[in-house]
Design a binder for this molecule. Structure first.
Ligand SMILES: *Cc1c(COP(=O)(O)O)cnc(C)c1O
Length: 426
């Protein structure tokens, strides 16, 4: 571990906090962050030379684990043909067609390099189309770090104890209305109070950034009903759920047609690529068709497009969803059993291949306020116990963990053995 401490100290001399994205710094769980040297399948190797079963999986993009052969080959071949032209390429059209075929609510789309950009641009499209300024979001839902959506933004911010970021002008934050998740009455109240002024309602259909929380029966349908009535655009942020909970995302599972959808993570095959899209009349507001400007030098770059296309093709061909769900269920059931044995209060939520163990007593979380009851110190002890046992989890309580199609029964058994030891020390 001396190696990691030294590397972290060196990193902090040139990178803010030693990292390029805050949660990586282990602030929430304490200790020295892991530096990763390489990954293959379900495992990563740290700069400490140790091998870990990976349940963080870069926070969601890696449906087939690390360095899946076909994805590497596609990206390598694209790179060799020239990595970026700042001009249109056929590959972008092919990927766009695949995204449209997967999510029929998307008639037109635009690619960006990050989920943040995609969410920010979806908000701009919605504001341009409705000629309204306000955006409704749910406490604990994360939509990237754009100013007006960085209010009560869940995971990263929660972890650092900054519910609202510094540097966001008060006037911008004031264009955001925050309501509790799963509370249709609060949504109705917000629309009553700001009648005719709300451009868009943003929601993670299955929130994964306050830990994994489920939408109550009828909640998403209620949002669709209210937004349609109020002529507000319903925006599904499927950066995590898109291509994960099903090939067609949460909107396919719940049979709800949002006006706009934000995609990221999986759609780039592990490279920086995201997208936003939806109704043709709304998306036509974006330049060059319309007056709302949005651009990107590396948007739709051939390497990320090739990786994303290879990812979607593999998902289509192998349909790994049932197998991944089975792995996640088995791990979560084992975790519940081990916690009961160790006398540790634990609520494990899972949906498909995503899961969160909440260290809390009593009722399972249904929104941000109830998720915040989880004991982050207990999670930190569990996290470090698992790390010692050779398992890498998301380094924060309020995050979703993932299994990939590369995880096998032996990885789950290995992780459960580590969990039984770790829970005894929580
Ligand atoms: C990760 C995430 C984003 C932001 O994507 P980046 O690529 O990190 O900018 C937006 N929304 C959700 C739901 C996410 O999980």
């Amino acid at each position: 571990m001396a190696g990691l401490s030294k590397l972290f100290a060196r990193a902090r001399r040139s990178l803010v906090g030693g990292v390029n994205s805050p949660v990586r710094a282990f602030k929430s769980v304490g200790g020295t962050p892991l530096f990763v040297r390489s990954g293959a399948g379900a495992r990563i190797r740290g700069a400490d030379g140790r091998s870990y079963v990976d349940f963080c999986l870069s926070w969601g993009p890696l449906m087939f684990g690390h360095a899946r052969r076909e994805i590497v080959a596609a990206a390598r071949a694209a790179m060799a043909r020239g990595s970026t032209f700042g001009a249109a390429t056929e590959g972008e059209v092919v990927l766009a067609e695949k995204i449209k075929a997967a999510l029929p609510s998307i008639e037109l789309l635009r690619m960006t390099s990050s989920g943040t950009e995609a969410g920010m641009s979806a908000a701009r499209a919605a504001r341009a189309f409705t000629k309204r300024d306000l955006i409704v979001k749910f406490a604990g839902c994360y939509h990237g770090h754009m100013d007006s959506l960085l209010v009560a933004a869940g995971s990263g911010a929660t972890t650092l104890g900054i519910p609202d970021s510094a540097g966001v002008p008060r006037a911008v934050a004031a264009t955001t209305v925050v309501v509790p998740f799963n509370d249709l009455h609060a949504v109705e109240d917000a629309f009553k109070k700001h009648k005719g002024r709300i451009a868009a309602l943003f929601v993670e259909p299955i929130p994964a950034n306050m830990g994994l929380v489920f939408p109550a029966d009828g909640f998403l349908e209620g949002l669709r009903r209210i937004t349609r009535r109020e002529k507000t655009l319903l925006v599904f942020d499927e950066v995590i759920t898109g291509f994960r909970v099903a090939y067609g995302g949460a909107q396919t599972l719940f049979r709800i047609k949002p006006d706009l959808t934000v995609l990221g993570k999986i759609v780039g095959g592990g490279l920086p690529l995201a997208a936003y899209g939806g109704r043709k009349d709304v998306m036509s507001m974006i330049a060059p068709e319309g007056p709302a400007y949005q651009a990107g030098t590396l948007s739709g770059n051939p390497v990320a497009v090739a990786a994303g296309t290879a990812m979607l093709d593999l998902l289509k061909r192998e349909n790994p969803y049932p197998r991944m769900e089975k792995m996640a269920r088995r791990y979560c059931a084992g975790l519940r059993g081990a916690a009961a044995e160790a006398g540790v209060p634990l609520r494990v939520h899972s949906f498909g291949s995503m899961f969160t163990p909440f260290f809390l007593d009593g009722a399972a979380p249904t929104d941000y306020a109830s998720a915040l009851r989880a004991d982050k110190k207990a999670y930190g002890r569990f996290f470090h116990g698992m790390l010692k046992g050779g398992v890498y989890l998301p380094p924060a309580q309020w995050e979703a963990a993932f299994v990939s199609a590369a995880h096998a029964d032996r990885d789950i058994d290995f992780a459960l053995a580590a969990a039984r030891r770790a829970l005894k020390a929580v």
